[in-house]
Ligand binder design. Structure first.
Ligand code: SF4
Length: 373
């Protein structure tokens, strides 16, 4: 039975409503609770929990340091193509948008891999729009091989694929997959993804388990905040993570917390669907307290002051100096980007900020040789 069969959106909706109306006493009980279930998790996300944010932060920090040490894992996204046959309403790469399109040649992929390697990164995420003809899986497989020659850690964020395809990627040196469900509400999903293969909610929802089944060591999930009630989304995503923990012991499960950013799509998110900065901190802390070993990612979508403040509070992975344009590292003036980034510090400046807080940026935390690959 997959997550699609197990997931009960009505339970997530009920918890979200409970969270919104939680009393001060509910929040207080949750914040100090020794046994944290979904009820406590939802109460920690409540408006009433704002008053206890400092306690949440202290608890989250202590758990994070116990499980991850004083470290921050660094990674870099590498966009190999902005071609896409989908029409996601919020995305700069959507088919209807008139942007300069580009799929990197394998030579250009190599140049980007070398440029990001020179920047100091050893963990890379290959990202692509969905275009079965122009960006086929054979091409992605070649990109994986090129990246794996230089990078000990290679992950992909690409069109959802069958288990057999992921097995091939793993054999060629790919350790992880990231796939954002965007929204766990199937009706909202339909509205936001009106055409193209991505309109298949069920296929997308099953992607993380197919990746884990294929032997991926790292599986990343996430909602896109701005499409729907954020409490429902993060509660649903936590349910998804718990499902993966229960069924795929070998996988390191992670959640990313992207908030909508301006893009060519000109999509305007409703304010109440986007967690504010304080809410985002609460989400990080509540996730950490609820799932001690969860990897939590905050990318360059977020402003620098917030990213600085989140170091040590529960976040374990961050990107830096990212480009969302194919070819954007070797040639910064290249084709159209997916969205505008918010923190554009150099890698050195960002790493320095982490050290100044007493944390160590970790560039490499995996070597295929150790896993017999
Ligand atoms: S979100 Fe992904 S699938 Fe949708 S239009 Fe953008 S690149 Fe394509």
């Amino acid at each position: 039975m997959g997550f699609f069969d197990e997931f009960k959106p009505q339970d997530a909706r009920g918890l979200s409503e409970m969270s919104k109306s939680a009393s001060r006493a509910d929040a207080l009980r949750a914040v100090f609770s020794k046994r944290v279930g979904f009820g406590e998790f939802a109460a920690m996300l409540s408006p009433a929990a704002d008053e206890f944010l400092e306690v949440l932060a202290r608890r989250s920090k202590e758990i994070t340091e116990r499980n991850f040490g004083k470290t921050m894992r660094m990674f870099v996204p590498l966009y190999v193509s902005n071609e896409c046959v989908n029409n996601c309403k919020y995305c700069g790469f959507a088919k209807r948008n008139n942007i300069e399109r580009k799929t990197l040649t394998l030579g250009e992929v190599k140049a980007e891999v070398e440029a990001t390697h020179k920047m100091g990164f050893r963990s890379i995420l290959l990202v692509s729009g969905e275009s079965p003809k122009l960006v086929n899986l054979g091409y992605i497989n070649e990109c994986v091989k090129i990246a794996a020659e230089k990078f000990p850690s290679v992950s992909v964020e690409i069109a959802p694929s069958p288990v057999a395809v992921y097995r091939g990627f793993v054999a060629d040196g790919c350790e992880g997959l990231t796939v954002f469900q965007e929204t766990y509400d199937s009706d909202v999903y339909k509205t936001m993804h009106p055409s193209g293969p991505k309109s298949n909610y069920k296929w997308r929802l099953g992607t993380p388990e197919r990746a884990a089944e294929a032997g991926m060591r790292v599986v990343g999930l996430g909602p896109l905040f701005g499409l729907n009630d954020w409490r429902f989304e993060i509660i649903s995503c936590a349910m998804h993570a718990k499902f993966l923990y229960k069924n795929y012991y070998h996988a390191r499960v992670g959640i990313s917390l992207p908030r909508m950013r301006p893009a060519e799509s000109r999509f305007v998110a409703r304010d109440e669907f986007v967690p504010n900065d304080r809410d985002l901190v609460k989400i990080v802390c509540a996730l950490r307290i609820f799932m001690e070993h969860l990897a939590i990612t905050v990318s360059t979508r977020e402003p620098r002051f917030l990213r600085d403040g989140l170091v040590g509070l529960g976040v374990t992975q961050m990107s830096a100096a990212s480009s969302t344009k194919p070819g954007g590292y070797a040639e910064p003036e290249s084709a159209g980007g997916q969205f505008e980034i918010n923190d554009n510090r150099s890698v050195e400046d960002f790493a320095q900020m982490i050290r100044s807080k007493g944390y160590e940026p970790v560039w490499k935390d995996f070597d295929g040789a150790l896993a017999g690959l």
